[in-house]
Design a protein around this ligand. Sequence first.
Ligand code: ADP
Ligand code: MG
Length: 445
Amino acid sequence: MNRAEDLEVVDRTVLVRADLNVPLDTGGGARARGSGGAPPGEQSAPPGQHSIADDGRIRASLPTIRDLLARGAAVIVCAHLGRPKGDDYAERAAGGPSLRPVADRLAELLGQPVALADDVAGESARVIAATMGAGEVALLENVRFEPAETSKDDEVRGELAARLAALADLYVGDGFGAMHRKHASVYDTPRLLPHAAGQLVLAEVAVLRQLTTSPARPYVVVLGGAKVSDKLAVIGNLVGSASSHPTTPPSASSHPTTPPTADRLLIAGGMAYTFLAAQGHRIGDSILQAEQIGQVTTVLADAAKAGVEVVLPVDHVVADRFAAEAEPEVVHGQDIPDGKMGLDIGPATSDLFGRELADAHTVFWNGPPGVFEFPAFAAGTRAVAEAISAVTGLTVVGGGDSAAAVRQLNLPADAFTHISTGGGASLEYLEGRQLPGLAALEDRS
Ligand code: ADP
Ligand code: MG
């Protein structure tokens, strides 16, 4: 893969696809990626400061942007935010979210103005691209305002990619969190311009490669989060399920064929309830993906065959509703009574996970073990984070929400070897799948 740092960029315009998909405060303590923003009546805070709940992804994008600017490039940043809704550009742009708060934050962090185009690759973007000079930076509006960005139709994506490519001389892919998407700005645009990988992408891939090539053992994986369906494929690989081996041929050297199995899999968060249900436990009103029970049962059997220890919660913190103000209550044992939902692992589970992590030499953690956004249900996430930070060896946290949770805990900067900006992307890498965005950057033609 070409490195952005090796590109000749003086007086050239570089299109940088970054991942600036930050969680935004919706006002009530809850968060939504890209939706909401400041509630009415809270306009007094400085623009761009109050609405971004965690600016980690913006900070992670700075090294590449700064390097290109310092070497005399004009930098046009392209990124998405949230999931704009609507059938066409106009509807989506009207509904938002706009990248305005991100542009403001990026300007603060860079210490220089960031022009925000009024559109993605239209008149406004063209005028900015044509008039900007060396050392200047601009941001295109939310690329997902363009329905073509995520189209399954190659031609439709290609048309947007051509408009994006026309804005610049060179392309740098640095949006690791979007690399698993076959999207116009990620997959098609780099094919139209001389391209290279940015520093963030190279750093992420270097760490993930370490995880997938003979990890020091014991190798312990902690998985949480809301849905088991998001993570079944990676779980299958970690326990050596034959059915989950990669279907795409691993053409590029950086992609593992069959990723190594884990020694232990600690399962928490919302997905744990589908596992507990599969084992015949009562889970009350906890989040359940009933249609996944068959697959979960298969995975548990595969794990037993492969000698991978699967550890499930042994107690819970429950409430009678999904709300920050709900009264937390500890339920001992694996069963949850009717009318209650599990929102965090209980203290005995935190202790158990701590013991299971104590002798680990490699740890990968994706997905918070509880609804950490609600302070009353964040103790399990803190306990897991602290246990992992005590591990000597390679410790990697992956996932947008997991990374935000970890930063919210204010652990020391060196608590983990690496905090990945990409959840889905890092999981797909661990599955041994080829990431479309990486494949496009590896292609030197
Ligand atoms: P990541 O972004 O790190 O990959 P996910 O998106 O998979 O993580 O999951 C994060 C979400 O999972 C958080 O918003 C958290 O509130 C939620 N979650 C964790 N535990 C539970 C639970 N017991 N019930 C419902 N949601 C949960
Ligand atoms: Mg998430």
